[in-house]
Ligand binder design. Structure first.
Ligand code: ZN
Ligand code: ZN
Length: 392
């Protein structure tokens, strides 16, 4: 039984670290120990490690760290791509080794031996497609097409030249400092894909997220059905109620069934919990990006909007306080305005912020139109190359 408890502790600690690392910076964890763990993993631990190396190995040690850091974070490299392939490959291998002997079972037919392989292959195919497709590189040849396809909104995008590529930056594009190129409708540089996510491959990226969410869900449900089938075939409930004379209720049977599962099928339980957690994380990530696609916004633009709106608010506040000062000087201001509560101000701001984004985003042309822009990017349409002929 002690081994099982070690396994359970291991799973809990792994989950805590994984959730803290991946989601600790989310607003819902603000001020909690999850945020503290996230800060430690992403910042303090590395800082301590650097100081430790400096003390032990001196400047040669820190130089080596800086070189590794440069290679891993500031240059395209396939480390995370290899890790992704290792994770998906080893997880599938463990599932085949530990659970395929139960297929066909009471609830699962033999076809799942083949559909699972097909589902994993499609997942890897989508990964390769996102990784090695052109995200929409802007160069001297196509920049004029992009300039006419993506007009400036003169709020978050104004006419500007890329200092590295020496070409005009079309609206919604960004220069990726890791790949050293300008990318149209830039979303973010994805380290897992070792590629930018931009105008031409957001569709593959979204398909990748959705497919992997469904894949993990499929795995969780299939293993759940294997365990349910085993319980049925081994007549566990029958044995517990008839031979051990237990009361036939969920409350009295559940602890014994769970104990039996943990002892006899601990590998399957671990894989199931792992897949369920990953599918939840993927669902969250897909939901976030699907909402961006729905409103025709990119991750890069959400930062730019935040910056722009805070600048506009500050300008507005400065104007208001100047007016108030003027009024108080001329003696017109007799009554002091009651101070607004912090909470109310916070909600008013975030609510107004959202409304302003929806109102001001000229690229949001309605849900269906926005979706069409993702699935059929502007640069893949015949009208794209004709745009230059008209203007030039
Ligand atoms: Zn550039
Ligand atoms: Zn990039």
């Amino acid at each position: 039984m002690a081994v099982q408890w070690i396994l359970v502790c291991h799973v809990l600690v792994t989950l805590l670290v994984a959730i803290s690392f991946l989601c600790g910076h989310w607003p819902i964890f603000q001020g909690t120990f999850i945020e503290s763990i996230n800060y430690f993993i992403t910042f303090s631990a590395y800082d301590y490690f650097k100081r430790f190396v400096e003390v032990v190995f001196g400047s040669r040690g820190t130089d080596a760290i800086l070189f590794v850091e440069y290679f891993c974070c500031d240059r395209p490299n396939p480390i995370l791509q290899i890790i992704y392939l290792a994770i998906i490959g080893s997880t599938y291998y463990i599932i085949v080794k530990s659970s395929f002997s139960y297929i066909p079972g009471y609830y699962l037919s033999e076809v799942h031996r083949y559909t699972s392989l097909l589902a994993v292959s499609v997942g890897i195919l989508l990964f390769l497609l996102t990784s090695f497709s052109d995200p929409g590189t802007v160069n001297a040849e196509n920049v004029s097409h992009y300039l006419s396809a993506y007009p400036y909104d003169n709020m978050i995008f104004v006419e500007k030249e890329c200092s590295t590529c020496k070409i005009l930056k079309p609206a919604r594009s960004k220069h990726c400092s890791i790949c050293h190129r300008c990318v149209a409708r830039f979303d973010h540089h994805c380290a897992w894909m070792n590629n930018c996510i931009g105008e031409r491959n957001t569709r593959y990226f979204m398909a990748f997220l959705l497919w992997h969410f469904l894949l993990c869900l499929y795995g969780t449900v299939a293993i759940g059905l294997i365990l349910a089938g085993e319980m049925k075939e081994l007549k566990v409930i029958y044995i517990l109620t008839v031979y051990y004379e237990m009361e036939n209720s969920f409350r009295s049977l559940a602890p014994h069934v769970v104990q039996w599962l943990l002892v006899s099928y601990n590998t399957q339980i671990l894989i199931m919990v792992f897949l369920a957690i990953i599918s939840l994380l993927l669902a969250g990530f897909f939901g976030y990006h699907a909402n961006l696609c729905r409103t025709n916004t990119t991750t890069n633009e959400t930062f730019k909007w935040e910056e722009y709106l805070s600048w506009r608010r500050k300008a507005h506040e400065a104007k208001a306080s100047a007016a108030a000062l003027k009024a108080s000087i001329s003696g017109l201001r007799k009554e002091r305005k009651p101070r607004e509560s912090k909470w109310k101000a916070f909600f008013r701001r975030s609510y107004l912020g959202d409304v302003e984004i929806v109102k001001d985003n000229i690229y949001d042309k309605g849900c269906l139109h926005n979706l069409r822009d993702i699935i059929f990017p502007l640069s893949t349409r015949p009208s794209f190359s004709q745009a230059k002929l008209k203007s030039g």
